[in-house]
Design a protein around this ligand. Structure first.
Ligand SMILES: CC(C)(COP(=O)(O)OP(=O)(O)OC[C@H]1O[C@@H](n2cnc3c(N)ncnc32)[C@H](O)[C@@H]1OP(=O)(O)O)[C@@H](O)C(=O)NCCC(=O)NCCS
Length: 195
């Protein structure tokens, strides 16, 4: 059964995510981040336990990231990974997201699944700088071996934000870690708008 994650799922999700991370198959997720972003997650429950999970994290008005897709060993190759991916993409569509990306190992099962679902590789440099706030805390930051895959899930959207309103929000927040990347994109944007 695929469903939205609950607080009681986190310990189990963390156990298999972090055991895959120890084998360099995916990135580790600190518990506080999992609780803070719990609404991003779906899980697959089978035999009374959580056997798979994945998250859709909204980053900007037109961009979301798929993160932490994992299926326990012993439950793989049953279609759960694809079901999780499909569900996250459907959420993105319903939310009105334009593009979804993920960072994956180039030859892994996730990359194969994503390509079959319409994702294509893009240079990581093409992703907006705001994507990299998580990378700053990543153990692989200096030697990242992941590739970026991206897919369009909804229509392209004109930026609803004026530079001035985003800048004043940024200044009010004191430039904390989550907002620090926002102004970096401004020079790339069309005048008066930010992407
Ligand atoms: C990536 C991962 C989530 C895929 O989960 P999964 O549940 O095995 O995914 P699926 O079952 O949907 O698909 C996996 C393969 O099984 C195949 N498959 C699906 N159902 C099948 C079935 N009933 N019989 C035989 N094969 C089947 C799929 O076609 C796919 O084949 P491919 O690898 O050649 O493309 C899982 O391998 C995993 O957790 N890996 C470790 C963590 C990881 O790498 N996460 C990605 C982080 S970016």
């Amino acid at each position: 059964m695929l469903r939205a994650a609950r607080i009681s799922d986190v310990a189990e999700m963390a156990q298999f995510i972090n055991s895959f991370a120890q084998r360099n198959l995916m990135l580790p997720r600190p518990l506080n981040r999992m609780y803070e972003n719990l609404r991003d997650y779906v899980v697959v429950e089978e035999d009374g336990k959580v056997v798979g999970c994945g998250a859709l994290h909204i980053l900007w008005y037109d961009l979301a990231e798929i993160r932490s897709v994992a299926v326990r060993e012993g439950y793989q190759h049953r279609g759960y990974g694809k079901a999780i991916l499909d569900s996250l993409l459907e959420d993105a569509r319903k939310l009105g997201v334009h593009q979804v990306f993920m960072l994956v190992l180039p030859d892994g099962a996730m990359a194969r699944l994503a390509r079959k679902s319409g994702f294509r590789e893009v240079s990581k440099d093409e992703l907006p700088h705001k994507v990299w706030s998580d990378c700053l805390n990543c153990p692989k930051f200096t030697e990242c071996d992941e590739i970026a895959l991206i897919a369009e899930v909804g229509p392209k959207i004109e930026s609803p934000h004026q530079w001035s309103s985003v800048m004043s929000a940024y200044v009010r927040r004191g430039g904390d870690a989550d907002s620090v990347a926002i102004p970096v994109d401004i020079p790339k944007a069309s005048p008066g708008k930010i992407r």
